[in-house]
Design a protein around this ligand. Structure first.
Ligand code: ATP
Ligand code: MG
Length: 235
């Protein structure tokens, strides 16, 4: 098992944001976090990264307890993240924006080298935009840069927060195919998504998150069939 979260509780002041969330991601697996706005998907990802500090519960990465590790140490251990808002710096070129993720570390703990251009496989369009300033990119292009930046670290687990959002249907198709290739390279993906169809394209399994709880777990087909979820997933 690559990632294992047990009974994670997270509060913001008195608001109980995550309620005893447990989930697992295996090697070579694409796992969806499916839920509507405000369900807690991004909070789960931020807890995994150490950007949020859970009240209780544990997070294991490759059998090591990383619950109290710094974000930097978690990244050195094989996590990478493309946030919901892409965080592309407007005054830096696309190339510099991608390189940014690798500036914080000389090389991976295990000696694995970086690959700035890994994302070209998924987003060939980025080749032509390599020197363009981040500020002059479209919303969808920023998403591509953000995913490419995370991939450059050659992580074991890629955390993607709504990476499909704002991509045109054709690019969504390319991207879902490419995610399969990323998985074949041995990189697992945890993908937050509010759209079941997008999740079903790529995920081996998904967890349905509702009001801070993981209320269902199964294959996309099982989720589609489950009557009790139809309201939550807007069917
Ligand atoms: N730092 C914070 N301060 C206050 N409230 C927060 C904070 N982080 C999350 N929340 C609240 O926790 C709940 C879950 O938020 P979260 O961003 O995890 O949801 P989400 O599933 O990612 O939603 P979306 O699909 O809109 O991105 C929301 O009610 C949100 O307002
Ligand atoms: Mg979110």
């Amino acid at each position: 098992m690559l990632l294992s979260i047990k009974d994670l509780d997270f509060f913001v002041r008195k608001s109980h944001i995550l309620r005893s969330v447990s989930l697992e991601v295996n090697e070579k697996e694409i796992v969806g976090l499916l839920g509507r706005n405000g369900a807690g998907k991004s909070s789960i990802i931020k807890c995994i990264l150490g950007l949020y500090t859970p009240e209780s519960g544990s997070i294991l990465l490759k059998k090591e307890d990383i619950t109290s590790w710094t974000t930097r140490r978690r990244v050195l251990s094989g996590l990478a993240y493309a946030p919901e808002d892409a965080r592309v710096f407007p005054d830096l070129s696309v190339k510099e924006n991608v390189k940014l993720s690798t500036w914080i570390i000389e090389k991976r703990q295990d000696g694995e080298t970086f690959d700035l251009e890994l994302g070209f496989e998924i987003f060939p369009k980025l080749k032509g935009l390599w020197e363009r300033k981040g500020g002059n990119l479209s919303g969808g292009e920023k998403k591509m840069v953000s995913v490419t930046r995370a991939l450059a670290l050659k992580p074991d687990l890629l955390l993607l927060d709504e990476s499909f959002e704002g991509l045109s249907p054709l690019v969504v198709r390319h991207f879902s195919n490419a995610m399969g290739r990323i998985r074949d390279m041995g990189i697992s993906i945890l993908l937050a998504e509010s759209n079941l169809a997008n999740t079903a394209r790529v995920a081996n399994r998904a967890y349905v998150i509702e009001r801070g709880e993981a209320i269902f777990q199964g294959t996309p087909e099982e989720i589609e069939k489950e009557e009790s979820l139809s309201l939550i997933l807007g069917r």
